[in-house]
Each structure stands twice: as structure tokens, then as C-alpha cells.
Design a protein. Structure first.
Length: 498
């Protein structure tokens, strides 16, 4: 069991898109390397990122067009310039948005692919590295390239509304479009080649500086994705490819009406027949990219919740039995030496069986301090109730308010227990006291959001579940940690042996 444990340490949660850059969105460029230097300076061991797949409507990294591909938004344009594929004046001739602390996704969507197409026009398609990449990644890359080219051809419409021969993948229709869209398909493969090349440089640099990357793997995959289109038998779908029931979460403290995620449900019996092969490939890919995998929505492996496709919210759903131990064994095999953290939140009372399965896997679960201070001193998120150190503790996650935002409107009466517990008297002291409590806990790893280290309010919140429009936009921009703040974080890491 010991080998699965994470080395005691601290880390920062920051999406790559949230890094500063001149082109409207964070990338795998210089700012990412500088952030690794910052982590080293702050005596951190871990950088936790959000999923990095290509995003569609709503820009959620948890609703990706592919479980294997990288997001072309993250390709660093300066790096393409160094390869002689772009000129600075070309990049600068586009608008990337005015807000240094936010992402204008509409503008990025308009301009990014135009710039990448300029680079592709100058690219040598016979470059050996590119040919080798296509061969090595062929299994998912072929379907992804064709799917994206078809989406572009049909005005970005979801594949369920394509003409039937393409929707249902008649071999002669696919072949015809492979020929017809040869150049477009190659463009999407080029984007993946550049993404993974840049990813490789970043990972190598992180390793050389002793920083471990925690990658985030969504549990479900969007209905409009290359994976669902190309592997329909692995999902519970209607004849026209639309989901037969969708993934959801029942009402809880975070969302009174529950949440409807809209992702198709896995056909677990079918997946079991080939020992979860699609999942194994997916996990292996993630393991190749990161040092630690955070597996989202662990509860669903025991029991998952669905609502009808036409439901408005997560209220009237039903529970079904998940794939259980067979599935975790398959993930284990595919992950090899890569450590796994599981997100086991989302229920007031943990589902029977979740604790048991987690204990069997030996993987690390998580605790969140924002959930700790209700009215119960036995609350499982309070550090004195941690019965095991095989844990990752967060002050808050990308789905919550920031610390400042969460406590802003609470009365002193509501905060009496928290003040007593953290030995403080004023609201302004809460962020630092919570961060200290995370560092001081027995949990092997403490991860704090960058927004919370900067003490920002809810204007910097990353995601409000069940809403569309303002999420995933926050960027570090001009905010930075003062020298005094840096010294404080270093001290905490030293004092608590992080």
C-alpha cells in the first residue's frame, strides 16, 4: 500500500488557462515555466491543473471534445514564432481581449484557429517528428482529426445532427470525407502535435525542478465528442446518438435543485467485456502526461445518478450500481506507478461502499476546509477528525467560492465556532488561518487555489456549478504575490514539513 502514498508536501491549484499571457489566455509558454519556478521558490512540491482537453460550448474543461486530445488554446504562439511558423506582427494583428484578469472566449474562438492555420500553412508536413507522432497516437488521433474537421465543415453542429451516413459512421461516407477534408484533418493533427510537443517540454522542466504535476481527469465525457461518436457501443445512447439518460447530481448543499451535467452514461456491462479497454487507454495517456491523476467523481464508481435527457435539473433522478472494484483494478493496471487522488465529495453522508472501495484501492481521498465549519464538531472535513493521512486537503476547490467570497456575508454569530477553532477574532484573518490549518493537518498533501493565496473575492471564482457564461475565465493577470506573502508561504511549508 505504501507505494501509492503521495509524498508529504504542498501545492497550488491553478489552471493553465489562468496563467498570464499577451494573447488572452494562459498557455504552455514562458509563464508556465515561470510558475514552476515560483512553486520551487515557495517550497511547493505539486502543481494541480484543471483538465486540458479541447473545450466546446460553455468552455468547461469537464466537457471536452476528446478524452485524449489537448486544447489548442493552450498552444504557445511564441513557441510557434521561434519555429519560424508565425511572425510577431501576424499574432499582434488580432485582438485577444482587453481584460488581463479574464478570458474573452468568444474572441479566442474567433481568432485562435486563424492564427494556428497560418502556422500550419508554413509547417513542413513531412517533418519526422510529426510523422512519428501521427503513428504513435493513431488510435485516437484519426477519429479526432476527422471529427473536428467534420464539425468545422458543418458549422460546429453536434455530430448527432449530421447526415445519417456520417452520424452513423458508414465506412464509405467516412472515406469520402477523409479524402475531401484531408487538409483540415491534417491541421487538427498538427495542433495536437504542437500541443504535446510543448507539453513534453513543460513536464520535463517540472521534473528537473522537482515539481510534480497533478492532472485532473473528468469522469464523464461530453455527448458531443469524438469518443462518443467513434465508440457508440460504450455508451447508453438512443438510435440517433442522443444520450439515453444523462449524468447528474442530486440536490445538496451546493446546488438546491441538483445538477444536470448532460453527459452520456457508460454502458458498463459492455465496457467490462474488454476489461475497460477505453478507460485503460485514457488512464495510460493521463499517466504519461502527469505524475499524479486526480480522478473526478469517484462516488459514481460505486453508485451513479442519472436523470432523463429532457429533465431541467437534477431533482428527479435514479441511482444505479457502478462498476466497482473491477473498474478500479483496471485503472490501477493502466496507471502503473502513477499515483491517484480521487474526488469523493458531493454527498452529505458518503455512500455506503465508497469508503470501503477507497480503502481497498489505497488511493488518496480529499477533504475541503470550506465544508468543515457547519455546526457539527464531528464534521469529517475538520482536521481533528482525519483518521488517516492518505489524503489531500484543500481550503476550497475550483467549484467553490474563494475563501474571501465564501465568508464575506457570514455573521460573527455563524462564524463563532470557526473563530474558536482557528484561534482568530476577525474575518480578515480567515484566509490565512484556513491555509495554515490545511498545512498543519496530517493530510499528506495540502493544495491551495492561487486565488486564495492572493486573497481574492468571488470575482475570481473559477466555476459556479450549473451556470453557464462566467465560468473558467479567471486569470492571474497583474495580480502577484508580494515578497512578504511569499516569505509567509515558504515559512509555512518549512514549519509543517511540507
Amino acid at each position: 500500500m505504501e507505494t501509492k502514498r503521495l509524498t508529504r508536501g504542498a501545492g497550488i491549484l491553478l489552471a493553465i488557462t489562468s496563467l498570464p499571457s499577451s494573447y488572452g489566455i494562459g498557455t504552455l509558454g514562458d509563464a508556465a515555466f515561470q510558475f514552476i519556478d515560483l512553486l520551487v521558490d515557495l517550497k511547493q512540491r505539486y502543481w494541480q491543473i484543471l483538465p486540458v482537453g479541447p473545450t466546446g460550448f460553455g468552455n468547461s474543461p469537464y466537457q471536452s471534445y476528446s478524452a485524449f486530445a489537448g486544447n489548442p488554446y493552450l498552444i504557445d504562439l511564441d513557441h510557434l514564432m521561434k519555429q519560424g511558423l508565425l511572425k510577431e506582427e501576424e499574432i499582434r494583428s488580432f485582438h485577444w481581449g482587453k481584460d488581463e484578469n479574464g478570458i474573452d472566449y468568444a474572441m479566442i474562438y474567433e481568432n485562435r484557429s486563424q492564427v494556428l492555420k497560418m502556422a500550419f500553412a508554413r509547417f513542413d508536413r513531412e517533418e519526422l517528428g510529426f510523422l512519428q507522432f501521427q503513428e504513435a497516437e493513431q488510435e485516437w488521433l484519426e477519429d479526432y482529426g476527422l471529427y473536428m474537421a467534420l464539425k468545422e465543415q458543418f458549422g460546429d453542429r453536434e455530430w448527432q445532427s449530421w447526415e445519417i451516413p456520417l452520424r452513423d459512421r458508414y465506412p464509405e461516407a467516412l472515406e469520402e470525407y477523409r479524402q475531401r477534408l484531408k487538409n483540415e484533418i491534417l491541421f487538427y493533427k498538427f495542433c495536437q502535435y504542437q500541443f504535446f510537443k510543448q507539453w513534453g517540454f513543460l513536464k520535463e522542466y517540472a521534473q528537473s525542478r522537482g515539481i510534480k504535476l497533478i492532472g485532473d481527469m473528468p469522469f464523464y465525457i461530453g455527448a458531443d465528442s469524438a469518443d462518443v461518436w467513434a465508440n457508440r457501443e460504450l455508451f447508453l445512447l438512443n438510435e440517433d446518438g442522443t444520450p439515453n439518460g444523462v449524468a447528474a447530481a442530486p440536490p445538496d448543499a451546493l446546488a438546491g435543485e441538483g445538477q444536470k451535467w448532460g453527459c452520456p452514461i457508460y454502458h458498463w456491462q459492455r465496457m467490462e467485456q474488454d476489461d475497460f479497454l477505453w478507460w485503460k487507454k485514457r488512464v495510460a495517456k493521463q499517466a504519461q502526461m502527469c505524475d499524479v491523476i486526480r480522478l473526478d467523481h469517484f462516488n459514481a464508481i460505486v453508485k451513479y445518478y442519472t436523470v432523463p435527457g429532457e429533465a431541467e435539473n437534477g431533482k428527479n433522478g435514479k441511482w444505479s450500481k457502478g462498476p466497482g472494484r473491477k473498474f478500479t483494478d483496471a485503472v490501477e493496471k493502466a496507471a502503473k506507478d502513477t499515483k491517484v487522488i480521487v474526488e469523493n465529495l458531493g454527498m452529505k453522508q458518503p455512500l455506503p461502499g465508497v469508503r470501503k472501495l477507497l480503502a481497498k484501492t489505497g488511493w488518496a481521498g480529499i477533504k475541503v476546509l470550506l465544508f468543515a465549519f457547519g455546526d457539527d464538531t464531528a464534521n469529517e472535513h475538520l482536521p481533528h477528525n482525519y483518521t488517516d493521512s492518505n489524503l489531500v486537503v484543500y481550503a476550497g476547490t475550483h467549484d467553490n467560492d474563494t475563501i474571501v467570497g465564501y465568508f464575506r456575508d457570514k455573521t460573527d454569530y455563524e462564524l463563532a465556532y470557526l473563530y474558536e477553532y482557528l484561534n482568530i477574532k476577525y474575518k480578515e484573518e480567515i484566509p490565512d488561518a484556513l491555509i495554515r490549518a490545511a498545512y498543519a493537518s496530517v493530510a499528506d498533501v495540502a493544495v491551495i487555489q492561487m486565488q486564495d493565496l492572493l486573497k481574492l473575492g468571488n470575482e475570481a471564482r473559477m466555476n459556479a456549478p450549473s451556470t453557464v457564461g462566467n465560468n473558467w475565465r479567471w486569470r492571474v493577470g497583474t495580480d502577484s504575490l508580494s515578497e512578504e506573502r511569499r516569505a509567509w508561504i515558504r515559512t509555512l511549508a518549512t514549519v509543517y514539513r511540507r
